[in-house]
Ligand binder design. Sequence first.
Ligand code: IPM
Ligand code: MG
Length: 373
Amino acid sequence: MSKATITVLPGDGVGPEVTAQALKVLRAVEEKCGHSFTVHKRRVGLDALAAEGVAISESTFETCAQSDAILFGAVGSLPAGEDRSGGPRPEQALFRLRKEFGFFANLRPVRPFEALYGASSLKPEHLKGADMIFVRELSAGLYYGRLESVPGKPSEIRRTQQGTEAVDTLLYTEEEIERVVRAAFEIALDRERKVTSVDKANVLSSSVLWREVVERVAADHPTVTYEHMLVDACAMRLIRTPSDFDVIVTENLFGDILTDEASMLTGSIGMLPSASLGTRRTAGGMFGLYEPIHGSAPDIAGQDKANPVGAILSAALLLRHSLGLAQEASAVEEAVEAAIREGYRTPDLDEDGRTVVGTEEMGRRILDRLRQP
Ligand code: IPM
Ligand code: MG
């Protein structure tokens, strides 16, 4: 039996709908396997800005800090016409959590289910054998100083005498590169032992340093094969021959963009989960933040249309990485695949001859499979 504390941050848009389904799955695992999960639900993003005046309050941050894991929904998308230029943005909550908890490695597994080949924009023959995991650097690079002006890392719009200009800073220390690249090589040891490091070394200094560090880390892992790939070439290879990839490690913004692209292999961005990890240990594994890679999707929020699979698979990653419950995690993943194999689909995966269901019912179908002995 395992005891754990989980903070749930549903957030904005479809966030509350999909995390509700993921939480039901965690409760079902708790009941079936005799574990004991204490759950704290808190506000984040626009929801917190409206109710508490900040994207994430100190007390919510503290609750997260005291937990074994954070289950996160989505934040963002200001209502149309609302101008908050210069004011606090909902995404700041996410950047703060990632930065202050040191979540530098963002794992995004991409494995298209065979039953969904028809829902992908790619021909099925290109999807065969595709099974990869992205290790996206998450706490440095172009995203920071988004938080606030970090000296030496400006991210701002400046009015000068010559006119208006804007700057963002892509800064990486050797240490920031090395820890995420090491994480990727270690993950590769448990997979096909192949790392693709993605950069733009023909243009960017940060990528030249990135390559140097990869060479050094690779030398410590003689059983792992590795390659360097330019990010533009990678974007192409991902949809030409996705089965070429095993572990892909890359800079923050490149990882953000490439994973939205890769999600199309699975049929929908609603399918992909993620785990953000650092170095802090819990009783069963690592402290982490778990979220689907999709956003708050305000256009479909509150309509029971969102795909809960990305959130549910994120809960599976939470079980595996933060609570050390690998069998339970696999059971959740198998339940998801079974429900899809049986033909249930949310509207984002609509195909002829399938049963289109809402967020709630999709969650219920997955729960049914999970509860089967
Ligand atoms: C993601 C999202 C976020 C990011 C947004 C919401 C700031 O796109 O997790 O991929 O860019 O990191
Ligand atoms: Mg993204």
